[in-house]
Design a protein around this ligand. Structure first.
Ligand code: FAD
Length: 391
């Protein structure tokens, strides 16, 4: 079994397969340090924690994760706190930085005898419609190589080799550009609120999300075409103060901005999540905007479903789970997409005037198409742009 990508999806999958006695190797383009230091998500849903706990992968998050259950909305009409832990099922989120989770998963996998080939980039997957698909790779020095396996799991994100290798017509791609971009910032500063902060302001959205005692993620809505370095640190903090209404609700604790990236809010879902012996999981299967904090959670969930199905097929000769994999995951993916879209409309109002996406039954009109370059601008590969006819 070959797994491409050592993110949350690939490493949960690898750990679970290893436990079930399935021989697997993880091919990872980056070096170990880069993998362990890539700060991204931070909010784990209760079900994600349950999955990790069920498989004994929760040691770090149980020790260092912090419970979280309140959102604070700030608008021109005042401040509103939503205690979703008390109002909902009583289950909190766990704040635990994604790179720490990845570090834990990696240590667990290697400790159990798992193999990871760092600095190894998957270039293409071929022969997925036959019994022995092949992954062509090149190492850090550009030397080529090949891995052959019964199955390949592409957990290599939106721009990975898995998506690239899908032949024309193999999958349908639902794509929507929500028309909004966020400047994602990581500040070396303690959180300033005891809640996730969402500020709706005439100058644009601003968000505050704790990551650890010393690190906080902020978001600032920015114009399309903004480059990550365009805003000076002073401008970032002044704008955050303004949009978060710091004079009224308390100052923000400033610190050095240690990471910045422009994140266009897009939804991108493939259907089905399989082509023969090639399976897609995590961001490779579906990309969701960070507005709903669902991406890493979906990645873990899909990895668990895929691991069970692969183990049944490889250990017990029962391929039924693999046949149902796509449908089971898409059910969760579409619900998450609907929630994310609802959040975008809540935070950005009329920024996206099109109708919210509904269940895929409403989107069957989209044509099968190839996935040539997912970074193409919307509409570029014959896909509908930010229209309601597709996602
Ligand atoms: P990734 O984490 O992207 O891992 C893919 C791996 O594959 C990487 O290690 C990469 O190096 C490797 N790779 C890529 N191409 C190749 C190749 N060709 N060959 C070999 N290896 C390859 N989600 C949440 O749930 N909550 C949040 O709060 C949240 N906040 C976010 C904030 C930001 C700024 C961003 C960008 C994302 C956020 N997300 C959040 C989304 C979340 O980070 C992703 O959904 C998650 O990382 C997906 O995991 P993955 O394993 O599918 O992919």
């Amino acid at each position: 079994m070959v797994i491409i990508g050592a993110g949350p999806a690939g490493l949960v999958l690898g750990n679970l397969l290893l436990r079930r006695g399935v021989d697997c190797v993880v091919l990872e383009r980056a070096g170990r340090d880069a993998v362990q230091n890539r700060a991204r998500a931070g909010f784990l849903a209760p079900n994600t924690v349950r999955i990790l706990r069920r498989h004994g992968l929760d040691e770090g998050l149980s020790r260092r994760g912090r419970e979280h259950g309140v959102c604070e909305f700030r608008t021109e009409d005042g401040r509103f706190r939503l205690d979703y832990r008390r109002l909902g099922t009583g289950e909190p989120h766990t704040v635990y930085p994604q790179h720490e989770l990845v570090t834990d998963l990696l240590a667990h996998f290697l400790g159990a005898g798992g193999r990871v080939r760092f600095d190894t980039e998957a270039v293409t997957v071929s022969g997925a419609d036959g019994p022995a698909p092949e992954v062509a790779v090149r190492d850090g020095d550009g030397r080529p190589g090949r891995w052959r396996a019964r199955y390949v799991a592409a957990c290599d994100g939106r721009h990975g080799a898995g998506r690239r290798s899908l032949p024309p017509g193999a999958v349908r791609r639902h794509h929507r550009d929500h028309g909004v971009s966020w400047l994602g910032l990581l500040a070396e500063a303690p959180p300033s609120l005891d809640a996730v902060g969402y500020a709706v302001h005439s100058r644009g959205f601003a968000g505050h999300m704790a990551r650890s005692a010393d690190i906080t993620r902020y978001y600032l809505q920015c114009a399309r075409g903004t480059r990550a370095g365009d805003w000076s640190e002073d401008r970032v903090w002044d704008e955050l103060d303004l949009r978060m209404r710091a004079p009224a609700y308390g100052p923000l604790r400033r610190g050095r901005i240690v990471q910045r990236a422009v994140v266009p809010l897009v939804s991108d879902v493939l259907e089905p999540l399989r082509h023969g012996a090639l399976f897609l999981a995590g961001d490779a299967a579906a990309l969701i905007s960070p507005s709903a904090a669902k991406g890493a959670n979906l990645a873990v969930l899909e990895a668990e479903i895929l691991a069970g199905a692969l183990a049944d097929a490889l250990v017990h000769g029962d391929p039924g789970g693999l046949d149902r994999y796509s449908e089971r995951c898409l059910d969760h993916i579409w619900r998450a997409q609907e929630f994310s879209h609802w959040m975008i409309r809540l935070l950005h109002g009329t920024a996206d005037p099109s109708d919210p996406p509904n269940h895929p039954a409403d989107h069957r009109s989209s044509e099968p198409s190839d996935v040539s370059d997912p970074s193409d601008p919307p509409g570029a590969s014959g896909f509908p742009a930010a229209g309601a006819e597709d996602l």
